[in-house]
Design a protein around this ligand. Structure first.
Ligand SMILES: Cc1cc2nc3c(=O)[nH]c(=O)nc-3n(C[C@H](O)[C@H](O)[C@H](O)COP(=O)(O)OP(=O)(O)OC[C@H]3O[C@@H](n4cnc5c(N)ncnc54)[C@H](O)[C@@H]3O)c2cc1C
Ligand code: SF4
Length: 187
């Protein structure tokens, strides 16, 4: 299997300049899980940058290489078709030299975008969305999680790309802000 990272993400030309923050780890995990289920599966991950920055993530990627035989290739990659058997052929670049390799399956780590209904929900709640359609904090730096509407707080992926630990932390923060508002109102 081949995994191609950053498909549509981190690309201002297609309107998604942001990093989706979860796909480097997600593809790593999927390739490890695939090997756990079928021990003859070999996976290659084509990546631009391996964003495995949180605690233990780098070690997880190293384990994928060491214990699961996952191969990481630092290259842009495009997909063509082998006309004889219709298998996908990944074309990539190593040290300026173009190479190609045939796979049985190619998995694209595509851009994660907000739900279509997010804008409608924001309107209903009287809050804002950002330029990409995610729910927006009133002040990203000084007041993350607070919206322009008192009593409405944000957490998780609806407010922008975040993995599970980050979403959980944001959820705890939103809950604390809600308790604070209730306490201030004498509740
Ligand atoms: C393909 C993929 C792979 C991922 N892999 C990983 C991974 O390996 N590790 C990791 O840490 N993170 C991963 N993530 C990210 C992870 O899914 C998110 O961090 C997490 O789901 C965010 O939690 P959340 O509660 O904010 O949003 P969600 O999990 O999306 O939950 C939102 C909930 O709100 C509900 N909802 C939406 N609108 C309304 C409405 N109007 N009224 C009522 N309910 C509503 C939805 O149905 C949903 O149940 C992955 C994401 C994707 C897409
Ligand atoms: S998490 Fe990795 S694959 Fe996903 S957009 Fe960011 S760098 Fe690309």
């Amino acid at each position: 299997m081949a995994f191609i990272q950053c498909v549509g993400s981190r690309n201002p030309q297609v309107g998604h300049p942001y990093c989706c923050s979860v796909c480097c780890m997600h593809s790593t995990k999927e390739s490890m899980l695939a090997r756990e289920h079928y021990d003859d599966i070999e996976s290659t991950i084509f990546y631009k940058d391996m964003r495995a920055c949180a605690k233990g993530f780098y070690e997880y990627v190293e384990r994928a290489k060491r214990d699961y035989g996952v191969r990481y290739i630092n290259s842009d990659a495009t997909v063509q078709e082998n006309p004889d058997n219709h298998n996908p052929v990944v074309v990539f670049d190593v040290g300026g030299r173009q190479q190609s390799e045939e796979f049985d399956l190619v998995v694209l780590a595509t851009t994660l975008v907000p739900k279509k209904e997010t804008a409608e929900l924001a309107k209903l709640l009287g809050i804002k969305v950002d330029e990409f359609g995610f729910l927006e904090s009133a002040d990203r730096i000084l007041g993350p999680g607070r919206t322009v509407k008192p009593g409405v707080y944000l957490a998780g992926y609806a407010a922008g790309p975040a993995d599970i630990p980050e979403s959980v932390a944001q959820g705890s923060s939103a809950a604390a802000k809600a308790v604070e508002a209730i306490a201030q109102a004498g509740g």
